[in-house]
Design a protein around this ligand. Structure first.
Ligand code: ZN
Length: 265
């Protein structure tokens, strides 16, 4: 991370961007005795983040949020992906700690969106998709930080991304930098927020997965992660399961095809 706020965050690295695309550099040696908590939804992005964390931290726990998703498939995929990662990558299995699922269904009281009702996904007049739950990632990070504190974790890892930007202001790098400072001050302990996908395209996220875990991690991602807004699992495309028509599927497909054609290098 090279922004103006970098120096003000406790525990902040000064090492610059990580070569694999992390916006917050990890100095040599860091991670040897560090516990990280990954915000893990069971989707492609957070699976890449989980692999990224397992590659560099001594212990990695995961947290998911039940916020009344229209389809339970996403929560089911979380556990499958964790099990598969541990089975395929034994050196990561030794680092993979507990999973936590927090009940945040109260978010349904704050939103009337396509995620929590049967309305179609569409863009509102302000350009934000109506799947938008205002400030959702700020809430997620706040709860994750409280959990991390209790679990002795000093790093939060999330798949927020500006590159394939869909209008979520709480996914912006500056928002997350500010959140990191607020959490560290409010908890009175360093709480680093790592966003390894922040500046990656979807093609580059596939490339990151391949760098971390080779074809086995690509296959695992295709077969077991879930992205589709409609909760479709039946059809298995080259890029994974999904309806193929919703914005999430289209983004995933386009990224996969771009990566296969040599993008993401
Ligand atoms: Zn879909």
């Amino acid at each position: 991370m090279t922004g103006a706020l970098a120096g003000s965050a406790p525990g902040r690295s000064q090492a610059g961007p990580h070569p694999l695309g992390g916006s917050f550099g990890v100095p040599a040696g860091r991670g040897a005795d560090t516990t990280a908590l990954v915000l893990f939804s069971g989707g492609q992005d957070s699976t890449a983040c989980l692999a990224w964390a397992l590659d560099r931290y001594a212990r990695v726990e995961t947290v998911g949020f039940d916020y009344g998703q229209r389809h339970h498939v996403e929560l089911d995929c979380r556990l499958t992906v964790r099990t598969e990662l541990a089975a395929v990558f034994p050196h990561w299995a030794a680092r993979l700690g507990d999973d936590h699922l927090l009940d945040l269904r109260l978010l349904g009281q704050l939103s009337d969106t396509a995620l929590t009702s049967d309305r179609a996904i569409e863009l509102a007049a302000n350009g934000l998709p109506n799947t938008f739950v205002p400030g959702r990632n700020l809430l997620f990070l706040g709860f994750a930080a409280a959990l991390a504190y209790r679990r002795g974790a000093s790093v939060l890892v999330g798949g927020m991304c500006e590159t394939d930007y869909s209008g979520y202001p709480d996914c912006r790098d500056n928002t997350l930098k500010a959140m990191q400072v607020a959490l560290s001050l409010g908890l009175d302990t360093p709480m680093v927020v790592e966003t390894p996908l922040m500046w990656l395209s979807k093609a580059q996220t596939w490339a990151l997965a391949h760098t971390l875990g080779g074809d086995r991690l690509i296959d695992l991602t295709i077969n077991h992660t879930h992205t589709c807004y409609l909760g479709e699992r039946g059809v298995r495309h080259a890029w994974g399961h999904g309806c193929g028509g919703c914005p999430a599927c289209q983004l995933r497909q386009a990224g996969f095809e771009a990566w296969r054609q040599g993008g993401g290098a």
